[in-house]
Design a protein around this ligand. Structure first.
Ligand code: FAD
Length: 425
């Protein structure tokens, strides 16, 4: 009798009726209806239907886990994946939102950039970039425009160091850069650093790849599950208290992005010096002269960048305003700032309409480097935080460094001490 019901009617059935549904009907239920099924009915779902259940419904929280990772952005997902790769099967990732990547990790520009002023961060990004699967990046290359300021000279120095270390970057003349991206012909710059292996990352593809690899290695992911407290005893972590229950664990990984200091506070720890900064991105409608094969273009000292995006351009004014952790609220004034910067620095791009725009948070430590490793104040508490504006590019290295710190195994990269959270304490 249920077979003849329209889907909407089946969705409104009381639990007692839905519990008697035959398998053929259960399989055709909408996700939200399946999610509300009583356990007895869910247990009878065929594998094909159970696979499509959200994690929160499929996996009730376990009573214990070897490692609990807090945060389903690049920091948490890459750490979970690296732990699985290291053979740690009993891991649980909890994410407060209904889906992973709901904050910075889903709101960024997706640039894989390997030349940055800080030599330690540069080395981390290059090591990380080589581990990001080719399937999730479009190798368009980049042009970092240089003028004659001190910051530009520092960046050119960083490029020389990176080239000496094997990166495929070189300084090109203004004319060559403008041949590659014609609107640069009228732009204000002297020369550019061209890095062939820089790329645009398919951020959702990469994030889900980390999560899929972790699940294949035995990890569980619980969305809609917020960390509410951390139980400690004798100076060590003993349990994570979450909105879906208590999970005994000796290792808690704080990968909570802008909320990382709040999570530390739940464990009784004073904050590390790191601040969330808001940044906006804007996308234009299709623009006839844009070539989707252009490299991304970044003028660091002038403070703007752009790259092709679905026939138009993704534009950024490199704004940086301190903000509280949370969903970043857009400021319309930034569109004016962007227009002014482009009019002055890249007139060919001035006056483009904006189709949609948004803001996200980049959480930056006091010295600008990632904070990855154990907290010396509480045994079992690890940080993977402060990924700033490089969390996509740096994710593979960040995850592996965190996993090595947790397991005590694996190569000790040269930058371990430079990124240790203890440097701030
Ligand atoms: C506009 C913009 C452009 C950017 N462009 C680039 C770029 O081109 N290239 C690049 O490499 N990087 C870029 N970044 C930086 C990159 O996006 C970040 O470094 C990265 O996403 C940070 O990842 P995360 O996992 O640390 O934080 P998030 O992605 O914010 O993840 C943290 C997660 O923790 C969860 N959480 C918080 N508290 C709790 C709790 N109590 N319980 C459970 N879960 C909790 C949150 O819901 C959140 O999903 C950009 C960022 C912005 C904002």
């Amino acid at each position: 009798m249920f077979d003849g019901l329209p889907d909407s009617a089946r969705d409104r059935l009381p639990d007692s009726a839905r519990d008697r549904l035959p398998d053929s009907v259960l399989d055709r239920l909408s996700d939200s209806a399946r999610d509300r099924l009583p356990d007895s009915a869910r247990d009878r779902l065929p594998d094909s239907a159970r696979d499509r259940l959200p994690d929160s419904a499929r996996d009730r929280l376990p009573d214990s886990a070897e490692v609990v990772v807090v945060g389903g952005g690049f920091a948490g997902a890459a750490t979970l994946s690296a732990l699985a790769e290291a053979g740690v099967r009993d891991c649980l990732l909890i994410e407060a939102e209904d889906q992973p990547g709901a904050h910075s990790s889903g709101l960024n520009a997706g640039l894989l950039r390997q030349v940055v002023p800080d030599p330690v961060t540069g080395a981390v990004l290059r090591a990380s970039a080589s581990r990001i699967p080719g399937a999730h990046r479009k190798p368009v290359g980049s042009l970092l425009l240089l003028a004659d300021g001190e910051a530009d000279r520092a960046l050119a120095g960083a490029a020389a160091e990176a080239a000496a270390a094997g990166l495929d970057c070189r300084v090109v003349a203004r004319a060559e850069a403008a041949r590659a991206v014609p609107p640069l012909a009228g732009a204000a710059f002297d020369r550019a650093i061209a890095t062939a292996s820089d790329a645009v990352v398919d951020v959702h593809g990469l994030l889900w790849e980390y999560l899929r690899a972790a699940r294949d290695g035995g990890a569980r992911v619980a969305t809609g599950c917020r960390l509410l407290g951390v139980e400690t005893s004798g100076g060590a972590v003993v349990a994570a208290v979450t909105s879906l229950g208590r999970v005994a664990t000796r290792v808690l990984v704080d990968a909570a992005g802008a909320w990382a200091n709040g999570v530390a506070g739940l464990a009784g720890l004073d904050p590390l010096p790191m601040t969330p900064f808001r940044r906006h991105l804007a996308v234009t409608p299709p623009v006839p002269f844009v070539d989707p094969g252009w490299p991304f273009v970044w003028h660091a000292s002038a403070g703007w960048y752009f790259r092709p995006e679905v026939g138009g351009l993704l534009l950024c004014a490199c704004d940086e305003d301190a903000a509280a952790p949370g969903a970043a609220v857009r400021d319309p004034a930034i569109l004016e700032v962007l227009a002014t910067k482009l009019a002055a620095g890249a007139p060919a791009l001035a006056g483009l309409a904006v189709k949609h725009w948004w803001a996200g948070l980049r959480t930056i430590t006091a010295d600008g480097r990632f904070a990855i490793g154990p907290d010396p104040r509480l045994s079992g508490f690890f940080w993977v935080a402060g990924l700033g504006g490089h969390g996509v590019t740096g994710s593979a290295a960040a995850g592996r460094l965190a996993a090595a710190a947790i397991t005590g195994a694996g190569a000790d990269p040269a930058w371990r001490t430079a990124l240790a959270p203890g440097r701030f304490l």
